[in-house]
Design a protein around this ligand. Structure first.
Ligand SMILES: Cc1cc2nc3c(=O)[nH]c(=O)nc-3n(C[C@H](O)[C@H](O)[C@H](O)COP(=O)(O)O)c2cc1C
Length: 354
């Protein structure tokens, strides 16, 4: 009871502080990234003080979920979108069952020009549009830093998201990471292939190359026994998703993540060249939920592959519905930024439901 009240108070406080930070630092000129950078710095300071334990919530014992040999204490995990360690620690403290690192690429890249992430209204709800373009510190930095002791101490599964501009790049990244993962004493890493890319220049992705995807997955499987997840775009055709699932079936110990952000144009949500540097980007947040649910139902009724439902998950009702329709786990990104204190409230309701 006390922890429910604490979660509600923290929710409210977080939303007020977040709104104030955005209106002070990110509204003129409009660029949400300034608020994100400031928010991350404040959170970093907070997470290095004993006050961080005030954010700690127990995960009820009866809501754990299994994905092959991985055990997630809660079915809600952080989708791949952030590599800031303090944020990932905070979200585990509040009760996520696991996290996924932001996609790592072979070579360091700053991504696209700013402004490249903004808050928007979409379908009457809150959303984000981003065209970050996968900024990354590169695989060399990643392999030297991903075994972060603070993150590993939670002893919950950690996803490593891999991206690339060619099959060769995906494989290079995987091989470098896997040589460390295979020697690590932490045995709860899983891989996620980010095969959709609403932000790249030529729009070409691995999801357009089924033969290449199959070759990559087969090579990965021959050198690791970790769970491999393939994350698709909500813009994927039914046929494309079915082909991917067929491939995942053959490779074994795989799951599908439905899905990434959805491409929309900047002008369709009232942005212009001054407020968004590119023609369009990836929509995330509430507006994705119906597509996510539809795709979960479609895949669950045709395949036996575990599903991670990502896109628009923002409250208990969304989580419960996605699980009922056949998802094993749910991934969350935007809602973690809006109010991470929803997590203990959702966990508690999931526990009551059992
Ligand atoms: C700022 C931002 C950065 C993201 N970066 C990645 C990424 O690096 N790799 C990836 O697979 N998905 C990335 N995503 C997509 C999210 O993981 C997620 O699939 C998407 O936002 C839909 O979930 P949501 O509605 O809960 O936000 C990003 C999303 C946002 C908003």
């Amino acid at each position: 009871m006390l922890s429910k009240i604490r979660a509600k108070i923290l929710s409210l406080k977080f939303k007020i502080i977040r709104r104030s930070v955005i209106s002070i630092v990110a509204s003129w000129p409009k660029d949400l990234e300034r608020a994100i950078i400031l928010g991350d710095s404040l959170n970093h300071i907070l997470m290095s003080t004993p006050f961080k334990y005030f954010f700690k919530f127990k995960i009820p014992k009866n809501i754990h979920t299994e994905l092959y040999d991985l055990i997630f204490p809660s079915p809600i995990i952080a989708a791949s979108f952030k590599d800031d360690i303090s944020s990932l620690v905070q979200w585990q403290l509040v009760g996520l069952g696991g996290i996924t690192y932001k996609t790592v690429l072979k070579t360091p890249s700053d991504g696209n020009n700013r402004p490249r992430i903004q808050e928007i209204k979409y379908d009457g709800g809150y959303g984000l549009i981003n065209s970050l373009g996968l900024p990354t510190k590169g695989v060399e930095y990643f392999v030297n830093n991903f075994e972060n002791s603070k993150l590993l101490s939670f002893n919950r599964p950690i996803g490593i998201s891999i991206g690339g501009n060619s099959i060769g790049e995906y494989l290079d990244v995987f091989n470098q990471v896997n040589s460390k993962v295979s020697q690590s004493i932490f045995d709860q890493f899983f891989y996620e292939l980010n095969i959709s890319c609403p932000n790249t220049d030529d729009g070409k992705c691995l999801s357009d190359d089924m033969k290449g995807l199959k070759t990559l997955l087969t090579k990965m499987r021959s050198s690791c026994s970790n769970v491999i997840v393939v994350k698709v775009s909500p813009d994927s055709s039914e046929q494309n998703m079915f082909e991917i699932c067929d491939t995942l079936d053959t490779v074994g110990k795989c799951a599908i993540n439905l899905g990434n952000t959805k491409y929309i144009t900047a002008t369709s949500v009232g942005l212009n060249k001054k407020t968004f540097s590119r023609d369009g980007g990836g929509l995330s947040g509430k507006g994705l939920f119906n597509i996510t649910l539809k795709n979960v139902e479609l895949i669950a009724s045709n395949f036996d592959i575990p599903i991670i439902a990502t896109g628009g998950i923002s409250n208990y009702e969304n989580v419960s519905l996605a699980l009922k329709k056949g998802a094993t786990l749910v991934g969350m990104a935007s809602q973690l930024v809006i109010d991470p204190f929803q997590i203990p409230q959702i966990n508690s309701k999931l526990s009551d439901e059992k």
